[in-house]
Design a protein around this ligand. Sequence first.
Ligand SMILES: *Cc1c(COP(=O)(O)O)cnc(C)c1O
Length: 432
Amino acid sequence: MARVIGEPCNIQLFETLESNVRSYSRSFPAIFSRSRGSTLLTEDGRKIIDFLSGAGALNYGHNNHQIKAAIIEYLASDAVVHGLDMATPARLEFMETFSSVILRDRDLQYRFQFTGPTGANAVEAALKLSRKITGRQNIISFTNGFHGMSLGAIAASGNRYYRAASGISLSGATFMPYDGYLGLAVDTADYLHKLLMDESGGVDRPAAIIVETVQGEGGINVARKEWLQSIQAVAKEIGALFIIDDIQMGCGRTGEFFSFEFAGLSPDIIVLSKSLSGYGLPLSMLLIKEELDEWRPGEHTGTFRGNNLALVSATAAINIYWRSPTFSEGVHRMGEVIRRRLKAIASQYGDRFAVRGRGMAFGFDCQIAEIAAATSRKAFEKGLILERCGSVDEVVKFLPALTIDSETLDQGLEIFERSLAEALKQSWVGVT
Ligand SMILES: *Cc1c(COP(=O)(O)O)cnc(C)c1O
């Protein structure tokens, strides 16, 4: 089995060397050696279009050359890369740029808390801070919600498979139906309101309500504007913090920088990660309303909080893409192209499949997990990475880079269309 370092790698070696826990290398079995924009190159010379974008961590594409230039310049200058959370010019420049380009324009005011580099760690910090401020323990989260793998975050996440892997009873969260969970005729925000206001409703007063505006892992479930506004109002009325987990849907994915802008929300805490660094480097943070910044020094600490290299690329991404409305307009425009195309594809099959999404995040709900799986498999054979999501992975997920060119986008959608048709033809479950 020994391999000479530098020789082409054998995918089987990953099976023997790497833990069973690996997952994407199973769904997309190839050795990926290079990437640029929306394309990955495999070691054996195949070109693969990427509609997953690092689960939303690569909104500006792979190895974005403008952002890369800022990183290379920073590295070449021997500026501080790792400094724990010590003060550096890179840190200050990020906060000043983010404040002036993103926050000020939107009339938002927040303090920055850099957490450990994962989204889960930022969610942990948000939940801990909410509990500390309110002296309450319960967190309201929603069906199909996903907030990360650490114990606090997974306790607020719906997926049974992930929850079961915790090996300990998960407590401190109460699940409520997300928008549309009981059909569009039922306003689940009313239900939440009633339960929380009822002294005998059986739900402890929450420290926080945490919500995604579009559930990424949960199946691209899109919450309506009015519903989100009602949830915010309920949080205020009950004295709970209102947390938007914008880890996957933030940084432009839904068109605006924050996914809640369309609803005019004012969250107490905003959680950002994934595409925040703009380059796939790990960086997570909370935006906290100033009056809620009740942390004592070092109460939520970590070795890699606000890595300087990631802050440099994050600053570059904001300077390049968010100083004018052009980028955002392009995301909306391209999003409509995707929506029309997916709806046209769905309409070939009657009303069997549903298309959902906002901005450039879309889900093609196949209803049946096997259809989604077969489609994704076929797509990969034809050179397209298509991930699945939803409670049993029954939804094909579209998260192309926001910088994708229309030709590549079209090629990818074309591959999806053919892959779905083939999956339905061969699979007996597809026959109705
Ligand atoms: C990915 C994700 C997380 C967890 O982030 P990690 O970096 O994987 O810990 C939390 N919330 C949402 C909405 C996510 O999409």
